[in-house]
Write a protein that binds this ligand. Structure first.
Ligand SMILES: C[S@@+](CC[C@H](N)C(=O)[O-])C[C@H]1O[C@@H](n2cnc3c(N)ncnc32)[C@H](O)[C@@H]1O
Length: 240
């Protein structure tokens, strides 16, 4: 299923995330031993650094990165956008619990066609979602389009394993233990079998950096996290 393309991929992904939305946060805590929380804080920190204005978190899921962005004093308002109503409802509840509901708008929408004009935001983030998009290039181009010149795009995403020692260590966890936890905790083994396969089909971090530069971002850099299983990429929209 990870090899699906276009509208078929979008339908598959939407169906998958609506099935697991209720257990999504718990599964993330279990799969990353809570580390995803720190990575998301770092994503919001990097995206908002030196920026003033509005922020958007694309494919916000249950809202973690959007909520982190809303805590930044230089961010005046945050939009969290996701394809699925189930995710947006949970994100909204979490924003209220964090006393941030007035500084965040959680909304449904398609990352491939953002309902905002050019140059609307100071920064744009996407966490663990690009590899699920029917077109990664289109999703990134939309993030670039809606930020102002000089604004930042930050992408947090799982990275495919190389063939070295890390692959020997992490492949059995990704392809064996994660689907097992998915079956036991989320009652959905197939959703959590898709996850490691979707990572195999995604760009290695250096290739993703090249793609971001090719799409027009400047000063593209990335940092590996989680023993190299995750990468955080950052780029700046050109002033030209
Ligand atoms: C793995 S979750 C990541 C959620 C959140 N960003 C996080 O870091 O926890 C992927 C999310 O992408 C959303 N998604 C998939 N395709 C999308 C699209 N075309 N537009 C907007 N959201 C999309 C799914 O609904 C899901 O909530």
């Amino acid at each position: 299923m990870a090899e699906l393309q276009g509208a078929e991929k979008q339908r598959y992904v939407a169906n998958l995330f609506s099935r697991i939305s209720g257990r999504y946060d718990l599964m993330n805590d279990l799969m990353t031993l809570g580390m995803h929380r720190r990575w998301k804080k770092q994503t919001a920190e990097l995206a908002s650094q030196g920026q003033n204005g509005m922020a958007i978190d694309v494919s916000c899921g249950t809202g973690d990165i959007a909520i982190e962005l809303a805590f930044k004093p230089n961010i005046e308002h945050t939009v969290g956008l996701d394809l699925l109503n189930e995710m947006v409802t949970t994100a909204d509840t979490k924003a209220k619990a964090a006393h941030k509901s007035t500084s965040i708008t959680m909304m449904t929408g398609d990352a491939l066609s953002l309902p905002f004009s050019n140059d609307s935001f100071a920064c744009a983030t996407a966490g663990f979602s690009l590899r699920n998009m029917p077109s990664i290039e289109k999703a990134v181009s939309e993030m670039i389009r809606v930020i102002k010149p000089g604004g930042r795009v930050v992408i947090l995403e799982l990275s495919p394993m190389d063939r070295g020692i890390k692959s020997v260590l992490f492949r059995p966890i990704f392809h064996g233990i994660v689907p097992l936890i998915g079956r036991l905790v989320a009652g959905d083994r197939s959703a959590y079998s898709y996850l490691p396969k979707s990572v195999d089909y995604f760009y290695e971090a250096t290739h993703l950096a090249e793609m971001l530069s090719a799409l027009g971002l400047e000063k593209v850099q990335f940092k590996r996290l989680g023993f190299g299983t995750v990468a955080m990429h950052c780029g700046v929209k050109s002033n030209a």
